[in-house]
Design a protein around this ligand. Structure first.
Ligand SMILES: [Zn+2]
Length: 409
């Protein structure tokens, strides 16, 4: 048993935190009294470790191997095809492990990674990410989503591979209905994904409407299917860009359906800022879903890293603090209440989407924590510091320090 003393919560007061084995035992002023092993945090900020609820570890770090393309979603998918044919399990494993390790240093210990499942790469991406997850099980927890990136109807054979992926250990059923060629096929895609989720008793996390075309409305298909099949609280929809372009009446109707179906929305602003609005002149769209309206309706909204130096996005370093800062800009989140919402979007919101029951900074939760060398969350966002310490399952897994000198006359 050991303790943190005088650690500052994001809400303001300083507390002691007592850790017993993998879990938090007590939180409160003076809670560490009498314990011989204690770390003095001197009023620095303590947070639960971040959760990256939407990332693609299989594609990470392939950017330098790809040909240039037009910067759009379709351009990126095409450029990645050639590289995906060349993937090996060991190559995917090495790249995914690198991103997991870098992310842990930056305070993230839980991930939910989409993994391409299609007739180009087969199960190689999944096998590579599962191997990386096993390699990194001492520092992080990685769950996987079988993701039919090339479509299910557009890519005959992908459905059988999805079944094989779930049998091989993928945790969650993915999807990408808007990628199908017409509305009927989109509806079939949604139905097939829910069929798989029912048969294998898995949650769903789908790429939904990642397009500027407000006429693309698979979010409503997903919400209707979730409500019809009783999949309440078991579905996450990622990106949902076209909702911003759709008319307000549709948006209000479908947001209410998302609320009723308790669908989480992963707004991946970081990637969509560079992907969407590519055809715009003058005012360029931000490519982000209706975060304010979803939030006002009580929908669970999370921010994901999504891409790390892949065909879609040349940047990204597994920093959820960076993701939070960029997302705050994109969605105009600036008030104190807004910044609380931003913190939630990289901690409690992805944890809720993943239905993690042992998450948070509270007694009984798993001791996945990070100590930041700033007094407040707003200062963490502004200054983007490295966490001084990161704990996973109650064990110290990363430590960083930055030395900076200024020499005056
Ligand atoms: Zn994605």
């Amino acid at each position: 048993m050991w303790a943190l003393q005088e650690a500052r919560l994001a809400g303001g007061p300083t507390v002691d935190i007592v850790v017993d084995g993998e879990s938090i035992l007590r939180v409160g002023p003076g809670a560490s009294a009498g314990l011989p092993e204690a770390i003095d945090c001197a009023g620095k900020l303590i947070l639960p470790a971040f959760v990256d609820g939407h990332v693609h570890l299989d594609k990470a770090l392939i950017r330098d191997e790809l040909r240039e393309h037009d910067g759009t979603l379709a351009g990126a998918i095409g450029a990645i095809h050639e590289q995906k044919r060349r993937y090996t399990v060991e190559d995917v494993r090495a790249r995914a492990s690198t991103v997991i390790e870098e992310s842990v240093r930056l305070g993230t210990t839980r991930f939910r990674s989409h993994v391409d499942v299609d007739t180009i790469g087969g199960l190689t991406p999944l096998e590579g990410v599962l191997a990386a997850a096993a390699d990194c099980a001492d520092i992080a927890e990685v769950r996987t989503i079988a993701f039919p990136q090339e479509g299910l109807l557009r890519d005959p054979g992908a459905y059988a591979l999805m079944e094989a992926a779930l049998e091989a250990g993928a945790d969650v059923v993915g999807g990408m209905p808007h990628w199908e060629l017409d509305e009927g096929a989109q509806r079939d895609h949604v139905r097939l994904c829910f069929d798989l989720a029912e048969r294998f008793d898995r949650d769903l996390d789908m790429h939904v409407d990642e397009t500027d075309d407000g006429g693309v409305r698979t979010l409503e298909m997903v919400a209707d299917e979730a409500l019809a099949r009783g999949f309440v609280g078991r579905v996450c929809a990622g990106h949902v860009c076209s909702l911003a372009a759709a008319d307000h009446a549709y948006a209000e109707r479908v947001i209410e359906k998302c609320r009723r179906a308790d669908i989480s929305i992963a707004a991946n602003a970081v990637t969509n800022l560079v992907l969407q609005g590519r055809g715009d002149r003058g005012l360029v769209r931000r490519g982000i879903t209706r975060i304010g309206e979803l939030r006002a309706a009580g929908v669970n909204v999370l921010f994901g890293q999504d891409c790390v130096k892949d065909g879609f996005y040349p940047f990204g370093r597994g920093s959820m603090l960076e993701v939070a800062l960029i997302s705050a800009h994109t969605a105009q989140l600036t008030t104190s209440a807004d910044l609380d919402f931003v913190l939630r979007a990289v901690t409690d919101a992805p944890a809720a989407a993943m239905r993690l029951t042992d998450y948070g900074l509270r007694p009984g939760a798993r001791a996945d924590l990070q100590l930041l060398p700033v007094p407040t969350w707003s200062e963490a966002l502004r200054l983007q510091p490295l966490p001084e310490k990161v704990w996973f399952r109650g064990r110290l897994v990363a430590e960083s320090s930055v030395r900076s000198e200024l020499y005056r006359v």
